[in-house]
Design a protein around this ligand. Structure first.
Ligand SMILES: Cc1cc2nc3c(=O)[nH]c(=O)nc-3n(C[C@H](O)[C@H](O)[C@H](O)COP(=O)(O)OP(=O)(O)OC[C@H]3O[C@@H](n4cnc5c(N)ncnc54)[C@H](O)[C@@H]3O)c2cc1C
Length: 455
């Protein structure tokens, strides 16, 4: 065997990295492998924890309200599993305490990184999107947060960048004005501009990432800020909404510089993929893993395994130049769903890709007979979402995947994040939150059992 380790985490998105950091901080020898980037890098970087009940139209005031609803109505939801007590009851208090601990731990680990976070599970907050609409979420990256949007004294400026088509400031301003008119509160004036004449704008079809990389250079930051300041002064703007472009490596310094030079607060809007804040989140978690002493192997595809009666014995990783065999004490499967590649569908149905574990829906009914293309025929955008998003692995009370008889598949195999069944992040607005809470839980479970085996 090429490598031996206490814990092998397969998948380097939110769930896998959180599990890996947790295990490494607890002193376990930890390796995280990922073949690609997955959904975490594509997310907006704003962390949803519990936004809506599927089918509901009014957002939860707080994730805590969401946990109470999920645990009474959705017995197989991953948050509900976090509330299981030794006596078999579900304790909402336990869910709240567990998720609160995960959130505070994450905030601490991301403090001072490009993805530092603002918010708590005591309330959901409204983030403003690049199309000028509200998105209820729980934690925003510090550069995306402002609490001045409801303030009547503000003059809000939506500033786009010429050559960057993914943000249309005029359309954003228009829908924001409609929002303000509906709610009756908001800035006294809403304006929009397109910043032109930047050296980067000579290119067309600029991505947010290209603009972010330009703005975090000394020259780019000075050039951008000079043009923005002229417009701010002309309009008498007091608050500026930008697409998420305040740099990849040090967005807080970029924000600070722009605010100092223009004299007004600037903040980033929540965007669609590909997203600079999603990328910042991924990179910041990777840095935290390395600081905790964990090892990250990028470009490795876990392709096969050996299992004895009750344990996973070895995993084979196909790498860029060679194939490696790993002998772990515990394995954490955090390979994501359709984007990450943990679950895939074809004309034959849905399949978990590595262990060939059964895929079930939110009621734990096998979806082997489901033909994805058949389901997509009847899909429409509905508030209760699409069944495909609820499908995933069944799991026991310690998030160990179950086999087709509903029994724990292997004593030393755990699963976390979007590969789990029973929740629909799309409509619930719970994606990164479930990945965080389950990643933290399995990082702890795997560490405990590894230590038991060693002692
Ligand atoms: C477009 C989009 C936007 C979203 N926006 C938001 C949002 O704004 N807020 C929010 O809270 N949630 C959002 N979500 C949901 C959220 O991003 C996901 O629920 C969350 O990122 C899932 O994390 P994960 O770690 O489970 O999976 P992923 O992030 O998908 O990670 C899976 C990892 O497994 C790796 N992998 C897969 N197979 C193998 C293998 N065989 N060997 C090695 N590695 C493997 C992949 O390369 C990847 O690194 C969004 C999702 C999408 C798709």
């Amino acid at each position: 065997m090429d490598l031996e380790t206490d814990i092998l985490v397969i998948g380097g998105g939110m769930a896998g990295l959180v599990a890996g950091i947790t295990a490494a901080q607890a002193g376990s020898d930890t390796i995280v492998v990922r073949k690609g980037q997955g959904a975490t890098a594509d997310s907006s970087g704003a962390m949803d924890i519990a936004g809506y009940l599927p089918g509901g139209e009014t957002p939860f005031i707080s994730p805590i309200e969401g946990f109470a609803a999920f645990s009474s109505l959705l017995p197989f939801h991953p948050y509900t599993t976090l509330g299981h007590t030794e006596s078999g009851e579900i304790s909402i208090g336990r869910i709240v305490d567990t998720v609160r601990e995960s959130v505070e731990w994450l905030k601490q680990n991301l403090d001072g990184t490009p993805a530092s976070l603002v918010g708590t599970i005591d309330s959901n907050i409204g983030g403003l999107s690049i199309i000028g609409t509200w998105k209820p979420t729980c934690l925003l990256q510090s550069t995306m947060h402002t609490d001045r949007l409801a303030n009547e004294d503000e003059v809000l400026l939506f500033a786009g960048i010429s050559g960057m088509p993914s943000f249309n400031p005029s359309a954003a301003a228009k829908s924001f004005i409609d929002l303000v008119m509906d709610s009756g509160i908001g800035p006294r004036r809403v304006v929009h501009i397109l910043i032109d004449g930047l050296s980067v704008s000579k290119q067309t079809n600029l991505s947010g990432m290209e603009v972010a990389r330009f703005i975090e250079t000394d020259d780019g930051m000075a050039e951008f800020t000079k043009v923005l300041k002229k417009q701010v002064d002309k309009i008498d703007a007091t608050l500026v909404a930008l697409p998420p472009i305040m740099g990849v490596k040090n967005p807080l310094s970029v924000k600070e510089y722009i605010e100092r030079e223009t004299g007004v607060e600037v903040f980033e809007l929540i965007s669609f993929p590909p997203s600079v804040p999603g990328f910042r989140l991924l990179r910041s978690l990777e840095t935290a893993l390395k600081s905790a002493g964990g090892k990250l192997m990028v470009g490795y595809d876990a392709s096969s395994f050996v299992k004895d009666k009750s344990n996973i014995m070895t995993i084979t990783l196909d790498g860029p130049r060679r194939t490696i065999g790993v002998k772990p004490k515990s394995v954490i499967l955090a390979t994501g769903k359709f984007i990450g590649g943990g679950i895939s569908g074809d004309g034959e149905g849905l399949e978990e890709q590595l262990f060939d574990l059964p895929v079930v829906d939110s009621e734990r009914i096998s979806v082997n007979e489901i033909r994805p293309q058949k389901m997509t025929k009847i899909v429409s955008v509905q508030s209760d979402g699409h069944t495909l998003f609820e499908c995933g692995l069944g799991f026991d009370s310690r998030f160990r995947p179950t086999d087709n008889r509903g029994k724990t598949y292997a004593t030393n195999l755990y699963a976390a994040g979007s590969i789990l069944c029973g929740y629909n992040y799309h409509v619930e607005k719970s994606g990164l939150g479930v990945a965080l809470a389950t990643g933290r839980a399995v990082g702890n479970y795997a560490t405990e059992s590894t230590k038991e085996v060693s002692s």
